[in-house]
Design a protein around this ligand. Structure first.
Ligand code: ZN
Length: 609
């Protein structure tokens, strides 16, 4: 079949395998069922409108409808049927495009009112030989307004012997007045798996050798269209006949479709997930000089991400026919080491990056920036790890979601490279050895969070009662003295504190007996005498004011934190809603300097012992 010489005019596959029955329509079961039911029940509309993307089988369907309505069966005595016989004179001549009562018009080339007038002029005459006169108008949305109006008149009072079948890719451009007189049938994009099976069976009938991975690529490129897929297969078979000893290989199809080298895409993905920036940029450079479009590379990375996520969630997806060997094997391995949260973040970055690449003055530069962001992102902790780290006690870069599954704990490569202790040596870890240290800088900062993010050191509680004003207030919360607690938080400016002696300036909303009541409770709870006095000194801001200020500072610091900035860039539309501070851990773990806000207040009494 695919020998180099073509002795007779070659019929393209799409035409040769054009479906002639409803059963032959691939992947349109729902529409076929509705149509079949309508025909069987003899509830035939005067006008059908078929809609769906191009190449999906609308005109084929229109012709099958024409056959179904006009078929008389092999014996010439049958009525309309959902299973046209394919043998009677009507079936045969419709299939050959030469039935006098089936008139086809392409509205894309004949949009004017006169074209329509000419066409529907014949509506009033009875069909010459068939049961129905059938008008098939393709791309009906292209008709001019005047043409639609002319058509509408006929649609309003159609003669019994006339049926219209409209086809359109853009149903929304068809006037509602027209649509309301039609029964609508939607043709779906055909599922890639269905396409693969269909194409495989056609390849077999053609005696062509097409690798399964090649079928998968063709099906994917066809994007749901049987016709597009078949014309790709035509091309591929023609190429293979000339070059490759007749077999359509995955590589051949990849070249034909201008897809980047799949193996290299996986290499790139792997480098990115390892954070090996310069290696990744090298691979990208190679792909680019080999002719790959930067946007296509990102698109391919998106495909890999999607595929890995599917594999991660349902490993059996690898067994579906049409999956390329490489996707099955390399993808399978990679999916084992990447978590779904990481994959989703990669997806977000790629998706946003793809838009940037398409709009940037230099697509290459934009793509490189996206890759750098990705390499960096793969290293970022997950939100859970981030929260953990923000407690200030997790200095080590999180590695759980990285691809080190087989390599063991991250300390191994560090030790091998002879670098400083792991937590403080962000540049020394990782297997790639090609990390750009500048890119890793934020990781280092992250290991020692800015002061604003560090919780204040509360000090160990002494057994004798509260050791500072905050502890005193906390005690009121603990003892369920909600009202007093509220006043202490919002209406009390601490002036001096030492165990047994508290001095504060009450705010305007504080009750006049606040000091007395606080003293009484403290005595009850600690068993010691507490002197609580009111001062006219300015004192500190209330706890509430301090918290508000701290929250504002935290928010500001959080928003400006490199990690958070990266996160905000990564997830378009994300905002910092709130900054939560975990309860502080015992302070001995934290070698951080004490927060200076508390220390350099001259008024503040030192914690006297
Ligand atoms: Zn027939």
């Amino acid at each position: 079949m695919n020998d180099s010489a073509q002795p007779q005019p070659y019929r393209v596959l799409a035409r040769k395998y054009r479906p002639t029955t409803f059963a032959g329509l691939i992947g349109q079961e729902a529409m076929v069922r509705t149509l079949t039911n309508a025909i069987a029940a003899d509830r035939l509309p005067h006008a059908f409108v078929l809609t769906g993307v191009r190449g999906i089988g609308k005109t084929s369907t229109a012709r099958i409808i024409a056959r179904a309505l006009n078929c008389v069966g092999p014996d010439g005595a049958g009525g309309p049927t959902a299973a046209p016989c394919g043998q009677c004179e009507h079936c045969v001549s419709i299939a050959e495009d030469r039935h006098v009562d089936v008139l086809e018009m392409d509205a894309a080339s004949r949009t004017g009112v006169n074209d329509i007038r000419e066409l529907i002029d014949g509506v009033r005459y009875r069909p010459t030989s068939a049961r129905y006169k059938i008008y098939i108008i393709d791309e009906v949305h292209m008709l001019s307004t005047a043409a639609f109006n002319a058509l509408l008149k006929t649609l309003e009072e159609p003669p019994e012997h006339v049926k219209f079948v409209f086809a359109t890719t853009e149903i929304r451009k068809v006037p509602v007045t027209v649509l309301s007189r039609c029964q609508r049938f939607d043709l779906r994009r055909v599922d890639a798996g269905v396409l693969v099976r269909h194409f495989a069976s056609i390849a077999e009938q053609e005696g062509a050798k097409v690798a399964e991975g090649a079928l998968g690529l063709i099906a994917r490129a066809a994007d749901g269209s049987v016709r597009d897929g078949l014309s790709l297969m035509d091309q591929a078979i023609a190429h293979a006949g000339m070059e490759d000893g007749g077999e359509v290989t995955e590589t051949l199809v990849r070249d034909m479709l201008g897809l980047a080298d799949g193996e290299r895409i996986y290499d790139l993905y792997d480098a990115l997930m390892r954070g090996a920036v310069s290696e990744a940029l090298d691979i990208f450079g190679g792909l680019y000089s080999a002719g790959a479009d930067p946007a296509i590379v990102l698109q391919d990375l998106l495909d890999v991400t999607h595929w890995l996520t599917r594999l991660r969630l349902a490993p059996e997806a690898a067994a579906v026919p049409g999956i390329a060997e490489m996707d099955r094997i390399r993808g399978g391995k990679m999916a084992e080491t990447l978590s779904v949260p990481v994959l989703s973040r990669v997806w977000q970055v790629l998706l946003k990056g793809l838009g940037e690449v398409r709009n940037a003055p230099s697509a290459t530069q934009a793509a490189e920036m996206v890759l750098i962001r990705l390499a960096y992102l793969a290293d970022l902790p997950s939100p859970a790890e981030l929260a953990e780290s923000l407690r200030g006690n997790a200095a080590a870069p999180p590695a759980s979601s990285r691809d080190n599954g087989a390599a063991g704990p991250p300390s191994a490569p560090v030790a091998a490279s002879g670098a400083a202790p792991a937590p403080s040596a962000p540049g020394g870890s990782g297997g790639g050895g090609a990390r750009a240290s500048a890119l890793r800088q934020p990781q280092a900062e992250f290991a020692a969070p800015p002061e604003a993010l560090a919780p204040p050191d509360p000090g160990p509680p002494a057994p004798t009662g509260p050791q500072n004003f905050a502890e005193l207030v906390a005690l009121f919360a603990e003892r369920r003295e909600a009202l007093l607690h509220a006043h202490l938080v919002a209406d009390t400016h601490p002036v001096r504190f030492q165990p047994g002696h508290v001095e504060f300036r009450p705010g305007p909303n504080a009750p006049s007996d606040l000091a007395t009541r606080v003293a009484a409770r403290l005595r009850d709870w600690t068993g010691a005498q507490w002197l609580v006095s009111v001062s006219s000194d300015e004192g500190d801001p209330t706890l509430q004011e301090q918290r508000d200020a701290a929250a504002a500072a935290r928010h500001g610091a959080a928003v400006n934190h490199p990690l958070v900035r990266a996160a905000l860039e990564t997830f378009p539309g994300a905002r910092v809603e709130a900054v939560y501070e975990r309860e502080a851990e015992p302070p001995d773990a934290a070698p951080l300097p004490a927060p200076d806000d508390d220390e350099d207040d001259p008024e503040d009494g030192d914690p006297v012992s």
